[in-house]
Design a protein around this ligand. Structure first.
Ligand SMILES: *Cc1c(COP(=O)(O)O)cnc(C)c1O
Length: 217
């Protein structure tokens, strides 16, 4: 696969579900890839936002991009630890806020940077995973995060790690539930779908798909 192949599958999934072309945007997940590989495999095809899951790696890559006169919109897609917030200065969007303290730490750091990233709230996906905000707690966390001054643009969810018969239905139900929650809360962005399941995510309303491996193999 390559960026054009992935974009074609996104366009197909949009058409299948009656969504206008371009309603789902590709976030190119570049963790583990060096600057030359990113330039060759991703940026020759367009100015896609770049997603990184490790804060120091993001900081280092953003610095290298700047040194080489290259531009990028950086998204931080990983879980956020307190001592890593300082590396997020280049970031435009943080995908996986799961607690009020994370938003407070970002807002505090952003005061020193002179600009703040926007954020998405990560919804818990119902399986026994430790990450994400339970649906019942979303309205409260949304209010608390907004009170820090950050702009909440939407929700993010990870597909549950299931395989075999019924897996697709289970994943689809999680994506559909996330779309419903975002709609109920009046949030317009929905980050969901990875290499294994992004067409499904687009059919269910994703506005941002986080695809890595498929772009580089
Ligand atoms: C790595 C990662 C992705 C991309 O996964 P691929 O399977 O490489 O497409 C998406 N989202 C998150 C949070 C990730 O850590």
């Amino acid at each position: 696969m390559s960026v054009p192949d992935v974009l074609a599958r996104i366009r197909d999934a949009e058409a299948q579900s009656g969504r206008p072309p371009g309603s789902a945007r590709l976030v190119a997940v570049t963790k583990g890839q060096d600057t030359d590989a990113i330039a060759r495999a991703v940026l020759t095809h367009g100015a896609f936002p770049l997603g990184e899951g490790r804060a120091q790696e993001l900081r280092d890559k953003a610095a290298e991009f700047t040194a080489r006169g290259m531009a990028a919109e950086w998204h931080y897609i990983g879980p956020l630890q307190r001592n890593k917030v300082k590396y997020l200065k280049p970031v435009a969007l943080v995908h996986a806020i799961e607690a009020e303290w994370q938003a407070e730490a970002i807002a505090q750091a952003a005061a020193g940077w002179g600009h703040a990233p926007d954020v998405l709230l990560q919804l818990h996906n119902g399986e026994a995973q430790k990450h994400g905000i339970p649906a019942a707690e979303l309205p409260g966390v949304l209010k608390a995060v907004r009170d820090t001054g950050l702009t909440v643009r939407g929700l993010m969810v990870m597909a549950p790690d299931v395989e075999g018969e019924g897996a697709e239905a289970t994943i689809r139900a999680v994506f559909r539930g996330a779309a419903q929650r975002a709609h109920d809360l009046g949030l317009s962005e929905l980050s969901m779908g990875m290499s294994g399941d992004y067409p499904l995510a687009v059919q269910e309303g994703a506005t941002l798909v986080r695809v890595g491996r498929s772009l580089f193999t």
